[in-house]
Design a protein around this ligand. Structure first.
Ligand code: SF4
Ligand code: SF4
Length: 139
């Protein structure tokens, strides 16, 4: 009797849809509130530095190129980030978002985890300055 039961199970499972998902070919949509990779938008940023002060993981460096002209560079260390969302929550100008679609962040080395946001000319100026002299980060 047991053998017949096993046989029935085997035949049934051969025609049943697998319960596992074929990741990464199949993906479930993430919920809107999911906190993934941080993005920074310089539009509206006042350079207040609150995001740096509020980050419990020291995952943000904020560099001021020219405060009067609102020229800033935002460095994000994704490997330190705990995705708590504190920085995005507290920025009064909605410059920071945590993308719910960008969450597959595994990598083989840490270099890719340092992300520099800013206007291209500001990033270029910072990198040029760093090559010639060390630049101190605000915050
Ligand atoms: S908290 Fe917002 S406005 Fe203030 S420095 Fe950070 S990104 Fe800019
Ligand atoms: S989400 Fe949290 S840990 Fe990540 S940068 Fe913002 S404040 Fe820091």
């Amino acid at each position: 009797m047991k053998k017949i039961g096993m046989l029935v199970d085997l035949v049934e499972s051969a025609f049943r849809r697998p319960v596992t998902e074929i990741y990464p070919l199949e993906r479930r949509p993430t919920v809107e509130q999911f906190r993934g990779l941080l993005h920074w938008n310089p539009e509206g940023c006042t350079g207040c530095g609150l995001c740096v002060k509020d980050c419990p993981a020291e995952a943000i460096d904020f560099i001021t190129i020219d405060k009067a002209a609102k020229r800033f560079v935002f460095r994000y260390y994704a490997d330190r980030c705990t995705f708590c969302g504190q920085c995005a929550y507290n920025c009064r100008f909605n410059c920071i978002t945590l993308d719910n679609e960008e969450w597959e962040l595994a990598d083989v080395d840490r270099d890719g985890y340092l992300i520099t946001y800013g206007r291209p000319e500001d990033v270029e100026q910072l990198e040029l300055a760093e090559r010639t002299e060390p630049v101190s980060a605000a915050g």
